[in-house]
Write a protein that binds this ligand. Structure first.
Ligand SMILES: [Zn+2]
Length: 137
């Protein structure tokens, strides 16, 4: 019996050797696919079943693929395409985490957010990016 599991372990290790593994695209595809599959349980929303199934299968395909160069190109394209929403989400997370100690002010010229400690009253902020000065409370 122990020999059987030992052989199985070796076979699995040999099979998984060199697979691409998971990256951001695979993880988010499988999450999105599972959400679609759950939505498809409601009546008249069967189209989500197909979308969810395709996403989950695609995520599995990417994870077990051995064509690393192609998977990395797909990942790069995905990260480039979703860079702005990712940055917006990251900023909102930081703002929420710092909500008791810091305020965020948008620069009036370059629209960059500046993180300022709370409790200083009326202050003049100098933007570190464009050196523009603006007033904030
Ligand atoms: Zn600025």
């Amino acid at each position: 019996m122990q020999n059987f599991f030992g052989n199985l372990k070796q076979k699995l290790a040999r099979m998984l050797y060199g697979v691409y593994g998971q990256d951001e695209l695979s993880k988010e595809l499988s999450t999105f696919g599972l959400i679609c599959l759950i939505i498809s349980l409601f009546p008249y929303l069967k189209i989500f079943y197909i979308i969810g199934f395709v996403c989950v299968v695609w995520a599995f395909f990417r994870t077990f693929s051995k064509n690393h160069a192609r998977r990395m190109r797909e990942r790069e394209a995905y990260l480039k395409f979703t860079a702005k929403p990712r940055a917006a989400i990251r900023l909102q997370k930081r703002r929420f985490a710092d909500r008791k100690t810091h305020d965020y002010y948008k620069c009036t010229r370059c629209k960059t957010y500046n993180r300022i400690p709370k409790g200083h009253g009326k202050i003049i902020i100098t933007c570190p990016k464009c050196k523009n000065q603006f007033e904030a409370e």
